[in-house]
Design a protein around this ligand. Structure first.
Ligand SMILES: [Zn+2]
Length: 154
């Protein structure tokens, strides 16, 4: 096929086209034109890590997602999801780690309780420890709510 040189209809850059072409767009303008979806993609990856797995996620524009799926009718109905809310979502490995920590904390609390049992007038202190054991035990049962607070050593 024969070629000819014409000016890009957008920017005037000289470019090679097939002889029968009437007009054309140069590669620079083509790249510029395809840049738009790229930008959009970069924007969506701007969302917080793990957002697709959240039951409800709200981005900075107020778009509401249920497990990564946009819910158009809910736009603007909820406050933006904050990073700290996502941080609480633990993966399987992290959950195992937290459970091990919880187990260790319970061990220590039980030891403390045993010591206190030998000391008179420590009932209120013992009650506090018993309560903590119950709270931390919830983690072992798979309830990770406020786990950071529960595992904090006083
Ligand atoms: Zn051009």
């Amino acid at each position: 096929m024969n070629h000819k040189f014409i000016k890009c209809k957008n920017c005037g850059r000289i470019m090679k086209v097939a002889e029968d072409a009437i007009e054309g767009t140069c590669y620079v303008c083509v790249i510029k034109a395809t840049d738009i979806p790229k930008e959009r993609k970069a924007k969506s990856s701007n969302k917080l890590r793990g957002w697709k797995f959240m039951n409800v996620f709200v981005d900075e524009e107020g778009n509401v997602y249920h497990k990564g799926k946009i819910q158009l009718e809910l736009k603007g109905t909820l406050p933006q999801t904050e990073a700290k809310e996502i941080k609480k979502q633990l993966n399987k490995k992290e959950k195992e780690k937290v459970k091990r920590q919880a187990g260790a904390v319970i061990e220590d609390l039980k030891k403390e309780l045993k010591e206190l049992n030998k000391i008179p007038r420590t009932l209120s202190k013992r009650r506090i420890i018993e309560k903590r054991i119950r709270e931390v035990s919830k983690i072992l049962n798979g309830n990770f709510k406020d786990y950071e607070k529960k595992l904090k050593v006083f």
